[in-house]
Design a protein around this ligand. Structure first.
Ligand code: RP5
Length: 168
């Protein structure tokens, strides 16, 4: 198991499933659990320790509101921790962003954008690819496909604009 994902609640799943989809696409094995820094702190600690013992190289921690989960996970491991602040009412994720990103010196969390689950998984893949040529090639192919998609969108927009009788 390479990546351990921890979410503060099952309500974070609608966002975090895109991280799982990316890990699956790149054939990266992972484990996922729900555990809260505030509601179930012992479960968080036990999960981090057991995931690390099981070989987790990277942790992805996602939480909303006063989102201390990623920081707490980072306090229990020296493996890289990627934080995903989750949007919630009434502050739309700004609360979670600041709670996740503003770590004190000594305990880093690589914080993604609010709801940045996809990039969290891609960032994990990029770290793992440092020592994995096959994964590195998959990431290169992914970028190549992304370029082709953008070129396709460019062509469609140029055609749509031409149909409107003005040029971009
Ligand atoms: C956080 O509180 C969770 O990560 C979630 O984003 C938010 C709300 O949790 P629920 O009330 O939906 O369980 O700890």
């Amino acid at each position: 198991m390479n990546v351990a994902i921890i979410m503060g609640s099952d309500s974070d799943w609608s966002i975090m499933k895109s991280a799982v989809q990316i890990l699956d696409k790149f054939q990266i094995d992972f484990e996922i659990t729900v555990a809260s820094a505030h509601r179930t702190p012992e479960k968080v600690r036990n999960f981090v320790e057991s995931a690390q013992n099981a070989g987790a190289k990277i942790f992805i921690a996602a939480a909303g509101c006063a989102a201390h989960l990623a920081g707490v996970v980072a306090s229990y491991t020296t493996r890289p921790v990627i934080g995903v602040p989750i949007s919630s009412e009434p502050l739309k994720g700004f609360d979670a962003l600041l709670s996740t990103v503003q770590m004190p010196g000594g305990i880093p969390v690589a914080t993604m954008a609010v709801n940045g689950a996809k990039n969290a998984a891609l960032f994990a893949a990029e770290i793992l690819a440092i020592n994995d040529e096959i994964l590195s090639q998959r990431l290169a192919d992914y970028r190549t496909n992304m370029k082709a998609e953008i070129d396709d969108k460019d062509s469609k927009i140029k055609k749509a604009a031409a149909d409107c009788n003005f040029k971009i």
